[in-house]
Write a protein that binds this ligand. Structure first.
Ligand SMILES: Cc1cc2nc3c(=O)[nH]c(=O)nc-3n(C[C@H](O)[C@H](O)[C@H](O)COP(=O)(O)OP(=O)(O)OC[C@H]3O[C@@H](n4cnc5c(N)ncnc54)[C@H](O)[C@@H]3O)c2cc1C
Length: 348
């Protein structure tokens, strides 16, 4: 039933990583369930793969089963996890449904969006998610989480914190607003529409994609700067006294302050396009993206990320935490501080 020795690098946007010992792309919940049962019987560690756009896969690959749930059903706001995110955004925009137009251009699948509560240009997916239905990979039972139970926060949910790797999301239910005006909160977007301040949803989605493309933040085989995992570091949330005087600042409800990681990196002596380690460097368009400049290994990614962290720490005393998930590392490697890791080691 499973394919064998399948290269994972081409299934990720960063393009690094070794082989999946076993691989299955499955289109029904019944098949997914059966694959999980078989993996349990054969004691294979399972990794769930979406579009591979938020991953650093180890050069050693994954010694068990990589399962890609390609569930693409849709019934109103109920959307299968394997649905391409941009196809869903375009569908909403075409139906004049507001709520995800600013998230146009983010690569990957619908099922991965709740994992880190994807966000961009003033919108987060948690604003429109009603519930998430997932299979418990241990008990193999289905459970539906309300939005509150998902525990969404900035780039965070229960699915990438204390329950990392436990759930296989099968579908997400969204509630979008009919005929509502688009969200125009982000400075670049507001500027874009200065001359025509009442854009349609389609115009906003197109503008977001255009702005993102200029930063290499739309996956494009012709743009070497898009060979990345998107923004590599989260924006740090700092106690107010630690914020550099002239940094842009976004006050949080609890009194802390979110500071753009890109601003900190740009002013720490690193330059766009610079090679950092082996085949890895900084994007020439957007300093927050680490780019596979050609032939990079996952070891290069780790070294490059650590160099950025060190430089920012030396300069600002701030530790930037990586956003992508590190997959298949054994635990013995010295990974970047704050990295979220899905290890193939059996659960204790
Ligand atoms: C050019 C570029 C731009 C980006 N811009 C943004 C941005 O603006 N904002 C933003 O938030 N992110 C951004 N990202 C990051 C990424 O696109 C998102 O995090 C996306 O949601 C990941 O989806 P994926 O399907 O590729 O997931 P993958 O990378 O395949 O997986 C990511 C994690 O989700 C888990 N996962 C995937 N599917 C499921 C499932 N069905 N059930 C359980 N777990 C699952 C995986 O196990 C893994 O832990 C960008 C990435 C790139 C390359």
């Amino acid at each position: 039933m499973f394919l064998e020795n399948i290269p994972l690098a081409p299934r990720t946007t960063l393009g690094v990583g070794g082989l999946a010992r076993f691989f299955a792309a499955l289109t029904t919940i019944t098949e997914v369930h059966a694959a999980l049962v078989e993996a349990q019987q054969r004691s294979l560690p399972v990794f769930v793969l979406g579009g591979g756009s938020n991953l650093v896969v180890a050069d050693a690959g994954w010694p068990g089963l990589v399962l890609a749930p390609q569930l693409t059903h849709q019934d109103g706001g109920i959307v299968g996890a394997g649905t391409d995110w941009n196809t869903f955004v375009d569908h909403c925009v075409a139906q004049n449904l507001a709520g995800v137009e600013c998230l146009a251009g983010i690569p990957g699948t619908v099922g991965a969006t709740p994992i880190q509560n994807v966000g961009a240009y003033g919108q987060e997916v948690s604003e429109t998610i009603v519930s998430v239905t997932a299979l418990d990979r241990q008990s193999l039972e289905l459970r539906t989480f309300s939005k509150a139970e998902c525990r969404f926060a900035y780039r965070q949910s229960r699915f990438n914190t204390d329950e990392l790797g436990r759930w296989l999301i099968v579908e997400v239910t969204f509630q979008l607003q009919e005929n509502a005006t688009p969200a125009l909160k982000y400075r670049d977007l507001v500027q874009h529409f200065e001359e025509a301040p009442h854009p349609t949803l389609a115009e906003v989605a197109a503008a977001v994609r255009q702005i993102r493309a200029k930063k290499g933040m739309v996956v494009d085989p012709h743009d070497p700067d898009s060979r990345s995992a998107g923004s590599f570091f989260k924006n740090p949330i700092l106690e107010a006294p630690l914020v550099p005087d002239d940094a842009p600042r976004f006050a949080q409800p609890d009194g802390t302050v979110k500071v753009p990681a890109a601003w900190l990196i740009e002013r720490s002596g690193l330059t766009r396009g610079e090679t950092l380690a082996g085949g890895m460097g900084l994007s020439s368009k957007h300093i927050l993206a680490l780019v596979n400049q050609g032939g990079a290994t996952s070891a290069d990614v780790v070294e490059a990320a650590k160099r950025v962290q060190e430089r920012v720490h030396q300069h600002w005393g701030v530790v930037l935490h990586p956003e992508p998930i590190f997959v298949g590392f054994s635990g013995s490697e010295a990974l970047p501080e704050g990295a979220t890791v899905i290890s193939s080691a059996p659960p204790q």
